[in-house]
Design a protein around this ligand. Structure first.
Ligand code: ZN
Length: 162
């Protein structure tokens, strides 16, 4: 159980599970590896074993900031959503691809079908692209067309929040 203070003043928490402040973000290569080698693996087993990465991704519903907490390095990378109309989307070729789903949506899917495979859940995930310098993130929208652009705002040490 953890809490994380957002820069906007909002207090994020995963005390209630599922939490609207938690996002699951998995590298595409991890999803691909599993769907090739263990195609029948359930989403639940995946999320509690190999999908348990050494970072946590927190989302603030108040200001839409995203905080990536490196559990081992004890650093928080804060990203804000850059909203500018008419902006060109960066060329994401060569960027690392991730699959993202909120803990709320993930739990809802599991609740409907506990046996559902991770490969099927992956199809309900949005994709995001992380730039090689980790300063920019592009996120696919639900429409699959436009992309939200997130910019690295700061890297700070983990305080006594975890
Ligand atoms: Zn916030």
């Amino acid at each position: 159980m953890s809490r994380l203070g957002c820069k906007c003043g909002n207090a994020l928490s995963n005390v209630n599970s599922p939490s609207e402040n938690i996002l699951y973000v998995w590298p595409e290569e991890l999803i691909q590896k599993v769907t090739q080698s263990a195609a029948d693996m359930s989403a639940f087993d995946f999320s509690t074993t190999i999908g348990d990465c050494d970072y946590e991704v927190w989302y603030c519903q108040n200001c839409e900031r995203v905080a990536v907490v490196g559990v081992k390095e004890r650093r928080v990378r804060a990203y804000y959503n850059r909203v500018e109309s008419g902006e060109t989307v960066p060329d994401v070729s060569g960027w690392k691809v991730f699959y993202e789903i909120s803990e709320m949506d993930f739990d809802r899917i599991i609740e409907q079908n506990f046996e559902i495979k991770i490969s099927d859940v992956a199809q309900n995930c949005l994709r995001l692209w992380l730039s090689p310098d980790q300063r920019q993130v592009c996120i696919e929208t639900l429409e699959g067309t436009n992309q939200l652009i997130y910019i690295l705002e700061e890297i700070v040490p983990v305080k006594a929040v975890l």
